[in-house]
Design a protein around this ligand. Structure first.
Ligand code: NDP
Length: 342
C-alpha cells in the first residue's frame, strides 16, 4: 500500500486522519513535537504500519528536510500541523511563522528530497476564504473562489481571530504560489473547514488540554452555559470525521488535484448545540449539567436570520461526502469528552 506522511499526528483533526489512513491499509509516517506524543501514538496502534518522527517546531527553516530525506518512498503528504489557538503573545513567531514557514518548508523539502510524492493535501481553513466585513451580508455566498482579503500586516496587529485567519490565508496562498512557480512533481489539494466539532481520537490527559474548536462542548458539559449561552462565532461547522474523510478522498481522487475544498456541513449556533445535546443526553440534562429551556442567550448565541451564504457543492460532489448532522456530531462529541478526566 502507498506510504503517507502526516504532519502533526497528535492533533485533533490529524488523529482522525491517521485512524482512517491506517484503517484503509496505508503505511503512515507521522510527525509530532515530542517523544511523549510519539509514544502515545505508538501505544494506540501496536503492530500498525506506522512510524513516528519528531519535528519540534515547523516554524524553523528546513524543519522537515531530515525526516523527508531519511524516509524514501513517500507517495502522499497530508500537512495538518499548524497552530490553532488564541493563547499566543506574539502573533508572528507563535502563529504566522509556523503556519506559513511550515507550509512552505514542507513543500520545499518534498521538492528537494521526495520525487516519489504524487500529491500534497494541506489543511487550510474557512479562515482563508472568509471576509470579516461580509459576515453579516446575506448577498455574499462564500465558496472556494473567495480569498480572505486581510493582509499579513493585519495578522501582525491582531485581534487574535484575525491573526489566526491571516496565518491560514497566507499559508494556503503560499502553497498555491509554490506549486504555480516551482512546478514540482506533485500536485496540491487544500481542505478549508470552518469550525470542526466531533469526538476526540488524540491523546488527552485532561479536558483542560482540549483543542480550540471542541472547547465549547467542554464548557457546555461543565455547566458554564447554565446562566447564559455565549456567542457562537462564524455559524458554519463540520464534523471532524467528515474532515478526515475529505483529506483522504482529496488524496485518492484524481480530479481532486489542483482544487480547494470548502468542507462544511452547514450552519449551527450555540443555542441549537445546547438543545441537541439536551435532547440526545437526557441523563446529563437531568443531572443539571446542561442549560434549561429558558436560559439567557448572549447576542450571537442564535444565528440571526440574515448572515452570509455558503456553497459547499464542490466538496459534496467531488469528494462525495454525506455530511454528518449536528445532532449526531454534538452528542458523539460530548459522549467522547465524558470519557476524559476533567
Ligand atoms: P490541534 O491544536 O489539535 O492540532 C494542531 C497540530 O499542529 C498539533 O499536532 C500541534 O502540535 C501542531 N503544531 C502547532 N504548532 C506547531 C509548531 N510550531 N511546530 C510543530 N507542530 C505544531 O488543532 P486542529 O486539529 O484543530 O488543527 C489542525 C489543522 O486544522 C490546523 O492546520 C488548523 O488551522 C486547521 N483547522 C482547524 C479547524 C478546527 O475548527 N479545529 C478549522 C479549520 C482549520 P502540539 O499539539 O504538540 O502543539
Amino acid at each position: 500500500m502507498p506510504k503517507v506522511l502526516l504532519t502533526g499526528g497528535s492533533g485533533f483533526i490529524a488523529a482522525h486522519v491517521l485512524e482512517l489512513l491506517l484503517k484503509r491499509g496505508y503505511e503512515v509516517l507521522t510527525t509530532v513535537r515530542s517523544e511523549t506524543k510519539a509514544s502515545q501514538i505508538r501505544a494506540k496502534y501496536p503492530g500498525a504500519k506506522l512510524s513516528v518522527a519528531i519535528v519540534p517546531n515547523i516554524a524553523v527553516p528546513n524543519a522537515f528536510d531530515e525526516v523527508i530525506a531519511n524516509n524514501p518512498g513517500i507517495d502522499y503528504v497530508q500537512h495538518t500541523a499548524s497552530p490553532f489557538h488564541f493563547k499566543f503573545s506574539d502573533a508572528r513567531t507563535e502563529l504566522l511563522d509556523p503556519a506559513i514557514n511550515g507550509t512552505k518548508g514542507i513543500l520545499q523539502a518534498i521538492a528537494k528530497h521526495a520525487p516519489s510524492v504524487k500529491r500534497v493535501v494541506v489543511t487550510s481553513s474557512f479562515a482563508a476564504i472568509i471576509s470579516e466585513a461580509k459576515m453579516n451580508d446575506p448577498t455574499t455566498v462564500f465558496s472556494e473562489a473567495d480569498w480572505n482579503p486581510s493582509t499579513y500586516e493585519d495578522g501582525l496587529k491582531g485581534p487574535p481571530p484575525t491573526s489566526y485567519r491571516v496565518s491560514k490565508k497566507c499559508a494556503e496562498k503560499a502553497a498555491w504560489d509554490f506549486v504555480e512557480q516551482e512546478k514540482p512533481g506533485f500536485d496540491l489539494a487544500t481542505i478549508c473547514p470552518p469550525m470542526v466539532f466531533g469526538p476526540v481520537a488524540h491523546h488527552l490527559d485532561s479536558l483542560r488540554d482540549i483543542n480550540t474548536s471542541d472547547q465549547r462542548f467542554v464548557d457546555l458539559m461543565q455547566g458554564k452555559w447554565n446562566d447564559e449561552i455565549p456567542a457562537s462565532g462564524v455559524f458554519l461547522w463540520v464534523d471532524v470525521r467528515d474532515v478526515a474523510l475529505a483529506h483522504l478522498r482529496a488524496m485518492e481522487i484524481p480530479e481532486a488535484g489542483g482544487q480547494r475544498f470548502f468542507t462544511t456541513a452547514g450552519y449551527y449556533d450555540n443555542a441549537r448545540i445546547a438543545r441537541v445535546v439536551r435532547d440526545g443526553l437526557p441523563d446529563l440534562a437531568a443531572a443539571g449539567k446542561l442549560p434549561g429551556d429558558n436560559v439567557r442567550l448572549a447576542p450571537g448565541a442564535e444565528k440571526p436570520a440574515q448572515v452570509f451564504g455558503y456553497d459547499n457543492s464542490r466538496a459534496t460532489k467531488v469528494l462525495g461526502i454525506d455530511w454528518i448532522p449536528l445532532e449526531k456530531s454534538a452528542v458523539d462529541t460530548v459522549k467522547s469528552l465524558l470519557e476524559i478526566p476533567a
